[in-house]
Write a new protein. Structure first.
Length: 485
């Protein structure tokens, strides 16, 4: 019997593949719902749009008299953790197995555009070689550096503990580091490229360098397969972990916080706030700092190493504006802010431009209104921004008051997107420990966890061997495949 500790995407995926293979297991989850940091919500509120008399007139004899009130019912699809998943054929197969195909939403066409804030405004990143050569986003020096990179020869072995900034400076230029790498790493990983390790964060790039010399050539070779798609679901990304959990046939114990894991009578005892469970093997699928707590008694050295893994704080701010108040076309996935530009947020996803149905508004009338009058009360179009504050760049955000974060975020959005009104809806969500950083702090923990398989303890979590949702799902599948039936 296997005990899986943690019901995030890693633990749920492992349980799913164990069940398919016939491996007996049970899963313990501290929360009351599955999914870990994958959290979706449909926020709703209602406003009075208009109150109008409907007395008959010569021009409108069809009116019946009385007062008609028009209410606008607003519905926003909010994501508090990951906003989407990059799906390759493997992920697409999982979606089909879970019978979620009818729930899938693909990105809108404009989302292919990516923007970077530079010199006071958002500028579109080049999307193809021609735009790169003819466009003005990068300097002539950097364009030459990009061409020169394609001529690099394979390297025998990677440089030990090389950071992302060091690697990209060596392959390209400082401008690429400052205005491509830095905002990307901050926006996606809440990280700092000056500290994140290449071999841990992007091991594929190290492989490209060893095989092709040029990482550009490596990407070209790797892109010959099936194209990946950015997806979500109609009711939010949490649809995926909920579907995984719903198919596990009662094998999940919720509200079961693990406090200790220790050996007893030749088996593993897992002590929780609800009961003590027994298992032959244990798979840890929790955040590193959580695992450190319940492994402290049995593996004190490992617990200390797990606590060295850094999780910076993050605040997620959802802001909705009336579309007519926003001058920017919002023709892209979103905009990222390089550290050099000294903006308050790390950037924002233009959620309503990426997927359909993120901002919905319906009009309801308190009594019958003739269609001619109804036409006067069309639902106003709105747009949704999902902004990110904090991360490794700005960890002090954990000490800021909510109202100050909201005020600074609003002012930045109004300034950078030429917004003439206040938000009609806003919500702040805090993650005190957001995304694990693959810096030198992970090295000892990674080495020590690998050695525990001999003691029937495994680890399947986003702080090891890949942080993205596809990484976590594929790691779970790989571990299940290796498991004896």
């Amino acid at each position: 019997m296997v005990c899986i500790i943690g019901g995030g995407i890693s633990g749920l995926s492992l349980a799913y593949y164990f069940q398919k293979k016939g491996v007996p297991f049970f899963l313990l989850e501290a929360d009351e719902q599955p999914g870990g940091v994958i959290r979706s919500e449909q926020a709703t509120y209602t406003t009075l749009a208009s109150t109008s008399a409907t007395e008959p007139t010569d021009k409108a004899p069809y009116r019946t008299g009385g007062v008609v009130k028009a209410y606008q019912h607003h519905q926003y699809q909010l994501e508090y953790g990951p906003n989407s998943i990059l799906a390759d054929p493997f992920i697409e197969q999982l979606i089909d197995e879970l019978e979620l195909r009818s729930e899938v939403l693909e990105t809108l066409p404009v989302s292919k555009n990516r923007y970077i804030f530079r010199k006071g405004r958002y500028r579109k990143l080049p999307t193809n070689p021609l735009h790169l050569v003819l466009g003005g986003f990068f300097s002539a020096k950097t364009k030459w550096a990009i061409w020169r990179e394609t001529r690099q020869k394979p390297q025998a072995k990677p440089i030990a503990n090389e950071t992302l900034s060091e690697f990209f400076s060596r392959h390209f230029s400082q401008e690429i580091v400052d205005y491509a790498l830095n905002p990307f790493v901050a926006g996606i990983y809440a990280g700092n490229p000056d500290t994140l390790l290449l071999e841990k964060t992007f091991p594929q790039l190290a492989q490209f360098e060893q095989t092709y010399g040029s990482i550009i050539r490596g990407f070209i070779k790797a892109s010959t397969g099936a194209r990946k798609k950015t997806l979500t679901f109609k009711n939010g990304l949490q649809t995926l972990p909920l579907a995984l959990a719903n198919g596990l046939k009662g094998s999940i114990q919720y509200n079961a916080t693990v406090e200790k894991v220790y050996r007893e009578n030749g088996k593993w005892a897992i002590e929780t706030t609800k009961a003590t469970y027994e298992a032959d093997q244990v798979v840890v699928a929790t955040p590193a700092y959580v695992a450190a707590g319940f492994l402290e008694e049995t593996f004190p050295t490992l617990a200390g190493s797990l606590r060295q893994i850094y999780y910076p704080p993050m605040a997620v701010v959802h802001s909705v504006f009336n579309r007519r108040a926003v001058k920017h076309p919002l023709d892209g996935f979103g905009g990222l802010n390089p550290a050099l530009e000294q903006q308050f947020t790390l950037g924002s996803i233009w959620s309503s431009a990426v997927f359909p149905g993120r901002c919905k508004t319906d009009v309801e009338f308190t009594q019958f209104a003739h269609p001619t009058d109804q036409a006067q009360w069309q639902a106003s179009e709105q747009v949704l921004f999902t902004s990110f504050v904090g991360g490794s760049r700005f960890p002090e955000v954990a000490d800021w008051r909510d109202e100050d974060i909201l005020q600074q975020t609003t002012q930045e959005l109004q300034r950078n997107f030429q917004i003439s009104q206040a938000p009609v809806f806003q919500k702040l969500t805090r993650w005190n420990k957001a995304i694990p950083q693959y810096d030198k702090g992970v090295l000892e923990a990674h080495q020590q966890t690998d050695a525990l398989a001999a003691q029937q303890v495994w680890f399947c979590a986003n702080w090891k061997d890949g942080i993205s949702l596809p990484d976590c799902i594929k790691k779970a599948k790989s571990l299940a495949d290796q498991w004896p039936s």
